[in-house]
Design a protein around this ligand. Sequence first.
Ligand SMILES: C[C@](O)(CO)[C@H](O)COP(=O)(O)OP(=O)(O)OC[C@H]1O[C@@H](n2ccc(N)nc2=O)[C@H](O)[C@@H]1O
Ligand SMILES: Nc1ncnc2c1ncn2[C@@H]1O[C@H](COP(=O)(O)OP(=O)(O)OP(=O)(O)O)[C@@H](O)[C@H]1O
Length: 270
Amino acid sequence: MVLFPHAKINIGLYITKKRKDGFHDLETCFFPVPWTDVLEITPSEGEFTFSSSGLDIAGVIEDNLCYKAYELLRKDHQMPPVHIHLHKIIPMGAGLGGGSSDAAFTLMGLRDLFQLPLTNEDLQPYAAKLGSDCAFFLSNQAAFGKGKGDKLSSIEASLKGKFLVLLYPAVGISTAEAYAGVTPAKAPVDLRKAILKADWKEAISNDFEKSIFPHYPVLASLKEEMYTLGASYAAMSGSGSTIFGIFDKKIDPPARWADYTVWSGWVEKD
Ligand SMILES: C[C@](O)(CO)[C@H](O)COP(=O)(O)OP(=O)(O)OC[C@H]1O[C@@H](n2ccc(N)nc2=O)[C@H](O)[C@@H]1O
Ligand SMILES: Nc1ncnc2c1ncn2[C@@H]1O[C@H](COP(=O)(O)OP(=O)(O)OP(=O)(O)O)[C@@H](O)[C@H]1O
């Protein structure tokens, strides 16, 4: 079975409270982006095996979220061993949620391969244990997230018909450190309402930009460059360092971005 775990961007991200468990409460809108890894799951003999190609993934196999997803599900459900091959394309530590997406798609892939009687909703508790972003990837639809980012409700907003440009400037930002740099505060807008209006540029922001841009001024200038190129909205995704721009027409990435990882394409589904 071959699956295509996709990336996400956050449009609006407000960190509202530090929780007793060390995590933070946030309010954000998640949108799926068709920049994908390739994940192959096949039944195997003997024991669980894992291989990867594409971008190098740090850590041993036991650290990999695909392995963790398999182990979590296997505790509750009878499953034969599998071989997982992950072709890694989505940059890591980039605010694109690629690892979380691999984990969520591993859960759904195992469920489908072995016909486990589980809905996506039934998979939510497993996803929640694997990462705060994982729950979103079980739905593949724009969603408003609160709590740790795992309490989701659907939103009517969509990027369908927009041309998206994602720019990863190879600045690695640790999610935990990014959270540590933010002072939580009440969200300045009701994001669920603001996302339905047209003036995103004036109304919607990402709290991480305030603490991260002063350390990495290149990120602030890349965001400005998106606007110069005609973006209707530009921001950093999640805890960075990916900067994205939303356009009404196709643009060609400027030659000066040659050192960065760039993905661009039309969004074709809701
Ligand atoms: C920045 C976002 O991508 C926005 O969508 C997410 O909040 C990050 O989600 P994630 O990568 O799935 O994060 P996790 O793997 O659950 O947590 C990584 C680390 O980030 C911090 N963390 C994460 C999520 C959250 N709501 N509060 C936090 O403080 C914690 O220090 C945690 O140890
Ligand atoms: N299957 C996997 N793919 C990518 N990274 C993985 C995977 N399993 C574990 N990791 C670890 O998770 C870390 C974070 O990777 P991820 O792709 O989730 O990026 P992220 O930018 O932190 O996402 P976000 O901040 O939006 O949640 C990586 O540095 C890597 O060490």
